[in-house]
Every structure is written in C-alpha cells, then in structure tokens.
Design a protein around this ligand. Structure first.
Ligand code: KG4
Ligand code: ZN
Length: 340
C-alpha cells in the first residue's frame, strides 16, 4: 500500500504541537510544547500570551517532529492543520504556518476540525476501530456526545448547555485553591478524598435528553464552600474534589449509557482532555463491560491537545478528497461536521 505521510499542526489553545502521521494511524512523531506553566501564573489561558508563544515555538516544534520521524518537508503528501474551533489568535498561528509551507513546497493543505481530531485520536492505538461508533468528547471547551456514522460524518446527539466538563473542573479547582489546570489536580487530590462526602446534584436537563449542564453543579460546589465559610465548617479539599469529580462522572456515564441503549451501539469511545481522567475511564469501562460494548479510549497523552490526532483526522479528510485553499482562515466557533 502506498503511504500517505502527513505533517499535522495544532495550535488552537495552549499547546503548540506538530506530528508526522502515516496512513492516519501510524504516528512517527508527536511533539507537544505546552504553555501550561506560563498560564498557571494567571490562573487560566491568556489568549494574547498563547498566540505569542505559538509564534515563538511553532517552527521549532515542526522541525523536531520532522527530525524525529526522520523525514523532511519534501516527503510530505499533505499538511493538516486545526482551523477551528479555538482561540482565534492561537489558531491563526498554525493556519498561517501551514499555508506558508503548503505554498512554498506545493503540498496539499487540509483544514481539520479540532473535535474531529479528538475523536480520531482513538484510531491511533486501535487499528481495528472503524465507524460507526458513539463517542463522548469531554474537553476544556466541549462536552459533546457524538454519533460517528462514518469518517467525517458526525451527528451530535447531545452537548453541554453551559459549561464544558473540563471548564467546570477548572472552576471548582480554582475555588478550592488547586489552581490551573483544574482537571488533573482534582483527580490527584481526589484519591485522598471520599467521593460520597458531599452529595452534589446530578444535573438533569428536561428536554434534549442527551444534553449536559455543568454550571448548576459548579454553583452547588461554590455554594457549599460559601456555606462552610459562613458556618465556620472546615472544608476538606480532597472530599470536595472527589465528590465533585464523582458527580460529573455519574452524569457523563448515565448519558453515555442511555445513548448506547437507544442506539444499540456496539462500540463506545471517549476523547478530549477530561477523558484522561482515570476514574472516568474506569467508570466508563465498567459500564461498557456490563453491556458487552467494546470500550475505546486514547492514552492520556493523546486525550489532551496534540497534533497526532489532527494527522489522524486529516488523513481521512485527505483520502476523501478534502483540500483547503490559500483562503483557509481560522474559524473560532467552527461547528462539527461543517466546512468553512
Ligand atoms: O482537550 P483539552 O486538552 O483542550 C481543549 O480542547 O479544551 O482539554 C483540556 C481540559 C482542561 O479543562 C483540563 O482541566 C481537563 O481537560 N483535564 C482533565 C484531566 N486532564 C485534563 N479533567 C479531569 N481529569 C483529568 N485528569
Ligand atoms: Zn482539545
């Protein structure tokens, strides 16, 4: 089989990343330069700083990706780049870079949807996985339950009405003094806490049965902290973390289970930064096992933002004939399954 070699670039938020991926599933390099330490100083991602850091790092990250793959730009069959959704100034750095390389070297350009990338991360370590399957995408900006009907063909069954799951983790973490990014910190301290110490409400959304709502749960956590402060009750950080994490996981598992039942799904995958959470992974695995559904999850490093997943998604777009022109632009609110 002829090899399709793709250089993939990702810069939608706070990671500058490049990867070389062959035939969509064979990752030859996956370089990630994280800005987390920098943004931690400000308690969250500062868009202007993110853009500037992407500019500083992008060439170096691409050089490293090519070097590690033992290839040059001349070996590449396509350049895949995230063009949305994300922070506009951050996305623009990757898009401009990809366009420059594509133009200078006359290599086809493929614009990739960031969420399509997260979903496609599942293909990398599961060579046999093919659509159709259901996928729960849980990240800092998105909570989507998606029916992956085919490569590049998505039906959104449910989404968050307000905060994304990762965003809720980040906000509660800040309130209990854990800092940014909250998800991994909540997971770490929750090992010392009791997940049933505080019963946070499991948010229900009346219509749109697969939709999620996390802002109510977040407010319940903030109210609990206020209440403790007013009454002089000692806050056990690990208990709040463990109980909040459990409440979020219960809601995610319950919605996933309902979708599996109603769609008669045989395969279920998770994706996105929050999918690296060990407690969520085991809860989903257990639920899937009990229903005889095959469960897929990317390794943690492929759950959080990376370019290998963009190379995987970009490959399926490329072989389907998708090509972007020199007019490719960053689209901060790009919808899944839509091309702009
Ligand atoms: O997918 P991602 O890297 O970026 C977006 O596209 O948003 O996801 C980042 C989000 C952050 O909100 C972070 O707190 C959360 O994923 N996250 C976690 C864990 N690791 C990252 N949430 C819970 N548990 C984790 N272990
Ligand atoms: Zn992401």
């Amino acid at each position: 089989m002829e090899e399709v070699k793709i250089l993939a670039i990702e810069s939608s938020c706070d990671e500058t990343a490049a990867a070389v991926v062959v035939n969509g599933r064979d990752v030859r390099s996956n370089i990630i330069s994280s800005q987390i330490a920098l943004h931690t100083l400000y308690g969250g991602v500062v868009p202007e700083i993110a853009s500037r850091k992407h500019i500083e790092k992008i060439n170096q990250v691409i050089d490293e990706a090519l070097k590690e793959a033992d290839m040059t730009l001349d070996d590449m069959d396509a350049i895949a780049v995230t063009y949305g959704p994300g922070l506009v100034g951050a996305l623009l750095v990757g898009v401009a870079e990809a366009k420059a390389i594509s133009y200078a070297k006359n290599i086809p350009l493929v614009g990739v949807h960031h969420i399509e990338g997260h979903i496609s991360a599942n293909y990398i370590e599961n060579k046999e996985l093919e659509p159709p399957f259901l996928c729960l995408v849980v990240s800092g900006g998105h909570t989507h339950l998606v029916n992956v009907k085919d490569y590049g063909e998505y039906e959104i069954l449910g989404r968050t009405r307000d905060d994304a799951a990762g965003e809720a983790f980040d906000k509660v973490a800040r309130a209990i003094g854990l800092g940014y990014p909250g998800g991994p910190k909540i997971e770490k301290v929750s090992h010392e806490g009791n997940p049933h110490a505080i019963e946070f409400p499991r948010a229900k959304v009346a219509d749109g049965e697969y939709d999620f709502s996390f802002s109510g749960m977040k407010s319940a956590a903030l109210n609990y902290l206020n209440h403790c402060e007013m009454k002089g009750i000692e806050v056990v950080q690990a208990d709040v973390a463990a109980s909040f994490q459990q409440a979020v996981i219960d809601v995610l598992v319950q919605r996933a289970e309902r979708a599996i039942d109603e769609y008669g799904a045989k395969k279920f995958a998770i994706a996105g930064g929050v999918a690296s959470n060990g407690t969520l992974r085991s809860a989903m695995e257990k639920m899937c096992e009990s229903k005889n559904v095959k469960f897929y999850r990317p390794s943690p490093i492929l759950c959080t933002d990376n370019a290998a997943m963009i190379g995987a998604a970009g490959y399926y777009d490329y072989i389907a004939g998708v090509r972007s022109g020199m007019d490719l632009n960053a689209v901060p609110n790009l919808k899944l399954g839509e091309r702009a």
